[in-house]
Design a binder for this molecule. Structure first.
Ligand SMILES: Nc1ncnc2c1ncn2[C@@H]1O[C@H](COP(=O)(O)OP(=O)(O)OP(=O)(O)O)[C@@H](O)[C@H]1O
Length: 239
């Protein structure tokens, strides 16, 4: 299986703060990879470095065989990113935003199909400002997938979604994974990580404190449940 993302000894400082400390990880094609850790652990910084939108101090990153900084333009043809709300103007309809996004890519997917999959078809004519938090979140995932990417980055995947919507997003992503999509995600929900992730890294203040599968995380801790194991790794909380 080929490697889609390879990070070797990544270190990133903000002034004196070491936000990412000697991180190495590797993501294979068709894998769902989770980057976990409390607020401020260094997840977003890592994603930005991998995408080439943030300079780093040392280490080596390859994504789809490219250097994220040198090949940033070419890279963006093959990568989907779930941006957060503040990046969009609100007085534009869902269909208009999808169309604009589609026009940015050479090999875009049919957004109508994606809107259907993510239960947003009946919102096509709605302004972004009229969507609920959960509908916006689902739209951001659709926008990330319009590029027909080989790898998609989903930051805080289902924050703000209700239980039904979370399950629907999980099943859509699982079927996309079965079609070969590689998914790199961050999440604060351990049930989601258990449901989706093949492999994961847990960060704590920029340092890697666990790498492996959910099962390995449980096995290498004194806990029986993954959520307890996660807290044991990050806070040394007793199971
Ligand atoms: N632009 C910046 N300038 C200075 N410090 C920053 C900057 N961005 C992030 N940091 C700091 O770097 C550390 C890692 O932040 P980062 O946003 O990568 O964490 P995170 O794991 O994504 O957190 P969250 O779960 O809250 O999104 C934090 O201590 C944060 O305050």
């Amino acid at each position: 299986m080929d490697t889609i993302i390879n990070v070797e000894n990544l270190t990133k400082y903000y002034g004196p703060l070491k936000a990412v400390d000697d991180l190495s990880l590797s993501v294979k094609r068709g894998e769902v990879y989770g980057l976990l850790g409390a607020n401020g652990a260094g997840k977003s910084t890592t994603i930005e470095c991998v995408l080439g939108t943030r300079q780093y101090d040392s280490g080596k990153i390859t994504i789809l065989g490219m250097d994220p900084i040198k090949d940033r333009k070419r890279l963006f043809e093959h990568v989907g990113v779930q941006f957060q709300e503040s990046n969009y103007q609100e007085k534009i309809t869902v269909a208009e935003l999808c169309k604009v996004t589609q026009s940015l890519y050479k090999e875009a997917s049919d957004y109508n199909e994606l809107l259907e999959q993510f239960h947003l078809v009946d919102k096509k004519k709605s302004m972004i400002s009229e969507l609920s938090g959960g509908q916006k979140q689902r739209l951001f995932i659709v926008l990330a997938l319009i590029a027909n990417p080989e790898v998609v980055f989903l930051d805080e995947l289902t924050t703000g979604l209700d239980t039904r919507a979370r399950r629907d997003v999980w099943s859509c992503l699982t079927s996309m994974k079965e079609n070969g999509l590689t998914i790199f995600l961050t999440s604060h929900y351990m049930d989601e990580v258990e449901a989706l992730c093949d492999n994961l890294t847990i960060l704590n203040n920029g340092k890697t404190i666990f790498q492996g599968t959910v099962e390995e995380a449980i096995r290498q801790s004194p806990c029986e449940r993954f959520e307890d194991a996660y807290l044991w790794y990050t806070e040394k909380e007793v199971c």
